[in-house]
Write a protein that binds this ligand. Structure first.
Ligand code: ZN
Ligand code: ZN
Length: 276
């Protein structure tokens, strides 16, 4: 399985010279296995870059697993030409919303006056599937969905495909003590080859923003260690962390990970490709 990162930021896009190496686009990842349709993880602004690697002649077929509907996870969808042509198909899985069916919620943000084009005007076939706590298949991939603590309805995904396992926990509200981990999150990450996890804050930042829906880099290590994951990818970087700060955060996190038995830590950047 090939895992490609197109957007690695949380909260809002933040391209600028100081963020050039890690990148400024929001959550967008693609999973690929030879001979099968791709599985996209979230639809943040990195999706625009992913479009360059997809056909735009109406042959695109794919699935998107969306963790929640915050802007940083869906804002790229209107800028994804592969699904704007007849014949293209995109199935979008996302958490069921108290506000109504998933399709209505998406239609709520992609319509005038917020955006000139509505979903119903797109030429491709976009289908919405609400999920919460379930297991299903996409082609030969097995997908497990579990609720994840954040702000509003949010899920995480575990994808078992081609003999490898990826867990995706993009936004994760840690408890105040930064110690306990929800059993659903541990289930998703258990023995995973790759855990892609929220790493928005340092301890000092978390002390100021402890109820903003996120966690610290050391909490991400704790999750990976408790789940015996083989490789932790720090993801959903805070827009305020520039390249040099992220280098420092990664170095500190690697020391910590080594001490608690997490074999490998990478800080996600735009253009990162991991072959599992
Ligand atoms: Zn987010
Ligand atoms: Zn969020």
């Amino acid at each position: 399985m090939k895992v490609s990162f197109y957007g690695v930021r949380g909260s809002c896009p933040c391209p600028c010279p100081a963020n050039q190496r890690y990148g400024g686009n929001t959550a967008s990842i693609a999973l690929a296995v030879e001979g099968e349709d791709p599985i996209l993880l979230d639809l943040g602004t990195g999706l625009r870059l992913l479009a360059d690697d997809c056909p735009t002649d109406g042959t695109f077929r794919g699935t998107a697993l969306v963790t929640h509907i915050h802007w940083d996870h869906v804002q790229g969808l209107p800028f994804f030409p592969p699904v704007h042509v007849p014949g293209a198909v995109l199935d979008i899985y996302g958490p069921e919303q108290a506000e109504g069916p998933l399709e209505d919620v998406f239609n709520g943000f992609m319509r005038p006056p917020y955006f000139p084009v509505q979903f119903s005007q797109l030429q491709g076939d976009i289908r919405f599937i609400g999920v919460k706590n379930e297991i299903f298949s996409i082609g030969h991939a097995k997908v497990i969905v579990r609720p994840v603590p954040h702000v509003g309805a949010t899920v995480g995904y575990r994808i078992e495909w081609d003999g490898r396992t990826v867990a995706y926990i993009s936004d994760h509200q840690a408890p105040l003590d930064l110690e306990t981990v929800a059993p659903e999150v541990l289930e998703l990450c258990e023995d995973a080859d790759l855990v892609i996890h929220d790493a928005q804050y340092t301890r000092a930042e978390f002390a100021q923003k402890s109820d903003w829906g996120h966690c610290t880099t050391d909490y991400a290590v704790r999750v990976a260690a408790m789940a015996r994951a083989r490789h932790l990818v720090l993801f959903h970087h805070d827009p305020a962390h520039d390249d040099d700060q992220l280098d420092g955060i990664l170095a500190e996190t690697r020391c910590l990970a080594q001490a608690v038995g997490v074999p490998k830590v990478t800080a996600a950047y735009e253009g990162l490709r991991i072959e599992l």
